[in-house]
Design a protein. Structure first.
Length: 368
């Protein structure tokens, strides 16, 4: 199957047409979400750490108009004047789109119905994302404004979550596949150390779910030995292409969604998941699927080459108790999905949690 036209070939930078299409896809997806709103005159605020977002707000307003919904566009510079005008005739529009953080934090109606946050690169006067990203309904990676990617959609917008996750995850990683190992190659020793600590037995079948470019494949192959099997699964064809070039015939590679694995029940002795669980739209559903394909007493290795606090500091945000990898939250998630947490280590240089597959799978998907 050919890759979507908007996604560049592996090793090739996106051209101008692909970049324009990518931005149009994001704007169109946002417009579809906004237009499905069933309430009266929803207020949509677009902002980022630079107190900007006007360009995307303009494009979103145009896209909403094009879908036949009346729309008012309220800019950031003179919010008091605009608010008075809006109050004067609030029934003439069905969607109100504003830019700037003031609209999100102090909306004239007392509530901003939908907050879109643009995750921008560090720069003068920008100290990180803070908690604005956590409180937003939609987060867009805007490091490259010509290649924006929707990175998170709130659960209450569930009509869009699955479609956005598939399309946007592929768009995010496809544009980065060719340079991923160059940027993060220094992490390989950390991967190897975590896999060694996990104690995967020789001869085992191990599945690397969300394998990306295959950075863990060499260490996993060493762990299982010549009589074991290594299977890499990823959602993005471009990442698997790079993984295939680096691993050759030492691993089987599958294009698949971590939530719907094309693998038999109890076929794996161990699951390796690096940077996966916290990015799934429904971590409980993902962990349930990982448990399904793992034999009883099999191992789950949850890994990241940076500790949670170090990663949060790098992005200018604070840790939250409700994050999936917070120890109490992760323990509840694992218990509810057929796993038992056995080890948890979160120093600055890496995150590693180990769990054992229980004899019987839990029936509930939500943590208790």
């Amino acid at each position: 199957m050919a890759a979507p036209a908007e996604i560049p070939r592996t090793g090739v930078s996106p051209d101008d047409d692909q970049r324009r299409h990518r931005r149009a896809v994001v704007t169109g997806t946002l417009a579809d979400i906004v237009c499905r709103w069933s309430g009266n005159a929803p207020l949509v605020a677009v902002h980022d750490a630079t107190r900007s977002g006007a360009g995307l707000a303009d494009e979103l307003a145009e896209a909403v108009h094009a879908r036949g919904r009346p729309c008012a566009r309220l800019p950031d510079p003179a919010p008091l004047i605009d608010r008075d005008a809006w109050r004067a005739d609030p029934d003439t529009v069905t969607v109100v789109i504003a830019d700037g953080p003031d609209w999100a934090t102090s909306p004239p109606t007392g509530r901003c119905h939908l907050v879109i946050y643009l995750r921008t690169p560090p720069g003068p006067g920008i100290h990180g994302h803070g908690d604005s990203e956590h409180t937003a309904d939609i987060v867009i990676d805007f490091h490259d404004p010509t290649w924006p990617v929707i990175r998170r959609v709130a659960e209450h917008l569930d009509h869009a979550t699955d479609r956005v996750y598939l399309t946007e995850t592929r768009a995010f990683f496809a544009a980065r596949a060719a340079t991923w190992d160059h940027k993060f190659g220094q992490d390989l020793p950390s991967y190897a150390a975590a896999i060694d600590q996990a104690g995967i037995p020789a001869g085992a079948t191990v599945v690397d779910v969300g394998c990306g470019t295959g950075r863990a494949m060499g260490a996993l192959r060493t762990a299982v030995g010549p009589h074991g099997a290594v299977i890499g699964v990823d959602l993005t064809p471009h990442m698997l292409t790079v993984a295939g070039d680096s691993t050759g015939s030492s691993a089987y590679l599958l294009l698949a969604d971590a939530r719907h694995l094309p693998l038999a029940d109890s076929c794996a002795d161990a699951i390796f998941a690096a940077g996966l669980i916290q990015h799934l739209p429904d971590p409980a559903a993902g962990l349930t699927e990982l448990a399904r394909v793992t034999r009883p007493d099999g191992r789950l290795i949850v890994f990241h080459p940076s500790g949670r606090a170090a990663l949060a500091a790098r992005h200018g945000r604070t840790l939250r108790d409700d994050e999936p990898l917070n120890r109490p939250q992760l323990a509840r998630l694992l218990t509810a999905t057929g796993w038992a947490l056995t080890d948890y280590d979160d120093p600055p240089h890496r995150f590693l949690a180990l769990a054992t597959r229980c004899e019987s799978l839990a029936t509930g998907r939500q943590p208790g």
